[in-house]
Design a protein around this ligand. Structure first.
Ligand SMILES: [Zn+2]
Length: 122
């Protein structure tokens, strides 16, 4: 079975900004992280592309890579109390994670769509 080739870069960029990877108009998310069953504009079955734990894994990796320099710069530049630095970084890390998770999940759904990685019920 041959499937039509899809531009994964464009699909990931569309998913990143909460747009349907197929048409670029409809929304990917119904809420914060719930993927719509079908694109409201082109009826593409976006709910058939299960992102599972992939977006969480990539988000954790990105946040951990950002956290290390934030600890270093926060310590060197502000010379703050360690408890204050800990609390500030905990809040900042939580906010960054919540923002990145949605962006990464949208891009992930776009990637899965571009590579025809549908849920096969396995
Ligand atoms: Zn669409």
């Amino acid at each position: 079975m041959t499937e039509d080739p899809r531009d994964s870069r464009a699909a990931m960029l569309r998913g990143l900004v909460n747009r349907c990877p197929s048409c670029g108009d409809g929304r990917v998310f119904a809420g914060y992280l719930s993927v719509v069953d079908h694109c409201p504009d082109c009826r593409e079955p976006l709910g058939a592309y299960p992102a599972a734990d992939g977006p969480a894994f990539f988000t954790i990796t990105i946040v951990m890579l950002l956290l290390i320099p934030m600890i270093g710069y926060g310590w060197v530049l502000f010379r703050s109390d360690p408890l204050t630095l800990l609390i500030a970084l905990a809040v900042l890390t939580t906010l960054i994670t919540l923002v990145l998770l949605r962006l990464v999940k949208g891009a992930f759904v776009g990637y899965l769509w571009a590579h025809h990685e549908r849920d096969r019920g396995a």
